[in-house]
Design a protein around this ligand. Structure first.
Ligand code: FES
Ligand code: MG
Length: 577
């Protein structure tokens, strides 16, 4: 019998039990960590703590301390904690984009879990891609798994105003370029930009994915929004450590939590948060690993009548810290409860409904009541048409109402570099009705789908007060950005999508309420243009970039690698020699 009274043999017992040579080698080596004789033979669950801390990723810089708190909880509950590092993906530093490496990180997490004798795992992520990468990798192994994101950084303050990471960087850069801000003031703002470790504190991709992890049932209720430096985060980490040991004894695996209902909850919560469009890609990829059917159209259908309740930047006004003190995700989910799949099981062992039944809201401006939403069905809409046969998305809450139905002449850039080189040219033939198009920025095309979809507004229009235009691309957009931006166009230009056929001067018609995106050029002409398209040369001859270019799926399938979709379980490849 194990300490919890179950007779189930733990995965780790296979490695550490018995009297053979391997058992001696394994136990002996682990004793080098200071584990006393017999500890790992005693049947206590071995709990992995996947730590994506890195000095190259300041958002995750504090995860070592968080891991220490998780360890205390694991010890207290009768488990044995082991921390292991994984790849980390620092959004602020990596080129061309962290998204190029999300799938690589997921492989690191997956193979580390499968090859090592852990019985359960706590995933410590935070910065944008780290949370989805961990969820993807862990889902392909399917151990008892609990997510603990690192929490948002403190709200930044600068000369009497607040600053939102990402969101205000663009504004400050625009101000200094337009001559409205002195360079000294710009540098002073830089010094106030990130007040602590933790991920971006607006409802960008990191806050979105942390919330999504909680909405999926993978993170303890109320923990995703605790500010990174808050003592409550270490307390939550301690509780997470205790809980993962129980989950191992209960054999509460990820596959019991990641049901279609869990994904429905995540999509709806993301709509109520007005969260990042990146969540669409990540949820599709996670569902692909978990074997849960999920399609782009599910997002549009599920979010249609969901009230937008969280008044958070970039679409709203407040910050993650405010959201946390208003009651966080449990308060929001309680208000949303009639829209949710309430029976979905979570890491607590209880259902979503049980988890949030007693949740209170302490600030109705930050988390709006149902009778005072910021919008209805204002989440990420899915568009289709001859320009995006496999779909494209738009974050409605970040778009201008006056541009949601729009016809305009296309101005096409073949690359983002071409766009950047020409966009501010005073002689550029562009006005506020022009539809800006940039292509070759998709998963294969760039590679990695950089967050460039919110193309800059031409300076000559900015100076006339134009602050938004319709922009279309196969790229992504940062969760901290805004504008009438149509992104994730699939198939991408580099995969032969119709986006490759658009020419400057063509008319494009957008109708978000009707969910259409149409290139007003007849099929025969498009066919002629397709025949004239040059063959796209291969760009990468070796290494990760080659593997990625050869195997990445399109945006509507989550941009995972084709051979990573699905799961292979926790059995080591080839077994135990
Ligand atoms: Fe890491 Fe924004 S840069 S979350
Ligand atoms: Mg981001």
């Amino acid at each position: 019998m194990t300490p919890a009274g179950t007779s189930r043999r733990l995965r780790s017992n296979r490695y550490y039990g018995g009297y053979n040579q391997q058992a001696l080698v394994r136990n002996g080596h682990m004793q080098a960590l200071g584990f006393p004789d017999g500890l790992l033979r005693s049947g206590k669950p071995l709990i992995g703590i996947a730590n994506s801390q890195s000095d190259l990723n300041p958002c995750n810089a504090h995860l070592g301390e968080v891991a220490e708190a998780v360890k205390r909880g694991v010890w207290e509950a009768g488990g044995v904690p082991v921390v292991f590092p994984t790849i980390s993906l620092g959004e602020a530093n990596m080129l061309p984009t962290t998204m190029l490496f999300r799938n690589l990180m997921s492989m690191d997490v997956e193979e580390t879990l499968r090859a090592n004798p852990v019985d359960g795992v706590v995933l410590l992520g935070g910065c944008d891609k780290t949370t989805p990468a961990q969820l993807m990798g862990a889902a392909s192994v399917d151990l008892p798994t609990l997510v603990l994101t690192g929490g948002p950084m403190l709200t930044s303050r600068f000369r009497g105003r607040t600053l939102g990471t990402g969101t205000d960087a663009r504004k400050l850069a625009d101000e200094v370029r337009a001559g409205r801000m002195a360079p000294e003031e710009f540098f002073a703002a830089e010094g106030c930009y990130a007040r602590s470790a933790g991920h971006c504190m607006v409802m960008g991709t990191a806050s979105t994915m942390a919330s999504v992890a909680e909405a999926l049932g993978m993170q303890l209720p109320g923990t995703s929004s605790i500010p990174a430096p808050d003592a409550a985060r270490k307390q939550a980490a301690h509780r997470a450590g205790r809980r993962i040991v129980e989950m191992v004894h209960e054999d509460l695996r990820m596959s019991r939590i990641l049901t279609r209902g869990a994904f429905e909850n995540a999509v709806k919560v993301n709509a109520a948060l007005s969260g990042s469009t990146n969540a669409v890609l990540h949820l599709l990829a996670i569902a692909g690993r978990a074997g849960v059917p999920l399609e782009l159209d599910d997002f549009d259908l599920w979010m249609r009548d969901v009230p937008w309740l969280a008044n958070l930047r970039p679409a709203g006004e407040h910050y993650m810290e405010d959201f946390h003190h208003a009651g966080g995700l449990p308060a929001l989910m309680r208000r949303l409860i009639d829209h949710l799949e309430t029976k979905a099981l979570t890491v607590t062992g209880a259902t979503v409904a049980e988890n949030v039944a007693a949740a209170e809201c302490f600030d109705d401006d930050v988390i709006r009541p149902l009778d005072r939403p910021l919008g209805i069905g204002a989440g990420t809409a899915v568009l289709r048409g001859n320009l995006a046969p496999d779909g494209a998305v738009i974050k409605q809450a970040a778009a201008s109402p006056g541009l949601m139905r729009h016809r305009g002449r296309a101005l096409v850039f073949d690359t983002i570099q071409e766009c950047e080189a020409k966009i501010h040219d005073p002689d550029l033939d562009v006005d506020e009705n022009t539809v800006l198009v940039v292509r070759n920025c998709g998963p294969k095309g760039y590679p990695g789908m950089p967050e460039v979809a919110n193309l800059p507004i031409p300076r000559k229009l900015l100076e006339r007060g134009v602050d938004d235009m319709v922009r279309i691309s196969d790229a992504r957009m940062s969760g901290t950005a805004y504008g009438t931006v149509i992104l994730h166009v699939a198939p991408e230009a580099a995969a032969g999508g119709p986006l490759a056929l658009v020419r400057t001067g063509d008319v494009i018609a957008l109708d978000v309420p009707a969910r259409t995106l149409v290139l007003e050029v007849d099929d025969a002409e498009l066919q002629r243009r397709r025949q004239g398209l040059p063959e796209r040369p291969r760009r990468f001859e070796r290494g990760w970039a080659k593997l990625y270019e050869d195997h990445v799926l399109q945006a509507d399938q989550g941009a995972d690698l084709d051979f990573l979709v699905g799961a292979s379980g926790a059995e080591p490849h080839g077994g135990d020699p």
